[in-house]
Design a protein around this ligand. Sequence first.
Ligand SMILES: Cc1cc2nc3c(=O)[nH]c(=O)nc-3n(C[C@H](O)[C@H](O)[C@H](O)COP(=O)(O)OP(=O)(O)OC[C@H]3O[C@@H](n4cnc5c(N)ncnc54)[C@H](O)[C@@H]3O)c2cc1C
Length: 419
Amino acid sequence: MHSSTPQLRWEADVVIVGGAVGGASTAHALATLGVSSIVLERTADFPELNRGDILQPLSLSLLERWGVLRHITAMGGYDLVASGFHHRVRGFLGEWGFEGLAMAHPHQTVLRHTNLHRALYAAFAGHGDLVTVHRGAQVSSPLFDDSGEVMRGVTGTIGGELFQAVGKVVVAADGPSSRMRRAAGIEFEQLHTYDFEYMMPTCPRPDAPELEHRTMRYVGGDGLTMLIPLDGGTEVRVPLQIPIAEESYWRSLAPYDLWQRMVERAPVLESVPGEIEGGLHTYRVHLSHAERYVKGNLCLVGDAAHVVPPTLGQGMNMAMLDADVLAAVIRRGLDDPGTSLDLYNQLRRPTNEVVLATSHEQTLAQSATGPTVDENVLRDYAWLADPVRRREVAERVAGLYNKTAEQFGILGASGGVHQ
Ligand SMILES: Cc1cc2nc3c(=O)[nH]c(=O)nc-3n(C[C@H](O)[C@H](O)[C@H](O)COP(=O)(O)OP(=O)(O)OC[C@H]3O[C@@H](n4cnc5c(N)ncnc54)[C@H](O)[C@@H]3O)c2cc1C
């Protein structure tokens, strides 16, 4: 039984609800600018999650600045230079690649999602006492000041005790069904409903040169099947598009039967018979966008603000850029109270709208199903032979069109307030 007076009270510049990629990135970006934060994450341990393994080139630069990239490398981050398109009968259709892009890291890096969390947390040690983490902290509701207008923190429970965490800004990084977003009454518009979902099995990597620092995408009448090299290229994650109506059938398949179905989609898997790793949960695919990212002193980042289909691997990229820009706006606001947090909304929301539109367009193209998709596959992917078009897609995926806080000029060159 809890008494209504919190036994625990914590205070920092910023309170962050949710300590996955969005929340942990925000804490790093803030600490890099000398701003303190409290991270409240309801799971006590790092959960095994089969999602979001690919980091985009622009994210790698941010992770390097925050001191996280070396941990990713130490944990077996594997670089990917291109994404190849294949058809089970027609063979290789073409590829887009990142080599030659004017970026510090002209490649993607892949690491198991759980290990990305571990790398983000290992790097907190580099920020001294600017980041305080409380895992196992379940946030239940926001706290308002006496006017009832300004959110001054949150309350919740940890280890059976009530806590209060207060700060000048509250960041909701609590995922797609964000409790904080709902508490603030911010609309989350569902822009599109897809009729498929992804199963994410993992198996040993087939001995195929096509997977050497590359992902493989099989497109065709059954939809999209991707092969993503994991663990330094010894395993592959295989996001597999399945119709929602067939979910229980796919989930009931024995490993050998599942492998057979996977080989029908992606013949390159023939050399790894039946060795499918568990964790065959499925993920529904969404396209949703919050009507705004800021209300009062509550700011949304990551999936709490926007959810995209994983076709172009943009979810974490967006979360990290949100963190970068929001941290600079908060830093500027602490130095100059005339700065409105809404600047974050003005700068990030239009950029993310474009990323959502590109991801949606590519998702519809790559997930199309039916016999005519097989018949027209050479025509539909002929654009991969066009170097201009190929480069444009690679630049979009890499994040080249998304401005960082530095490019927006939110802070001056010295890191002080930009006048
Ligand atoms: C199948 C799949 C594949 C994907 N592949 C890629 C990819 O290759 N590249 C890419 O960039 N993105 C990918 N994504 C998207 C990416 O995984 C997400 O965009 C990203 O992980 C979102 O991070 P987040 O921190 O915003 O949200 P979440 O990961 O949802 O984290 C929210 C956190 O908040 C915590 N929380 C929630 N409520 C509370 C509360 N009340 N109190 C305390 N804590 C709370 C949760 O425990 C959780 O840890 C993929 C997604 C899927 C589903």
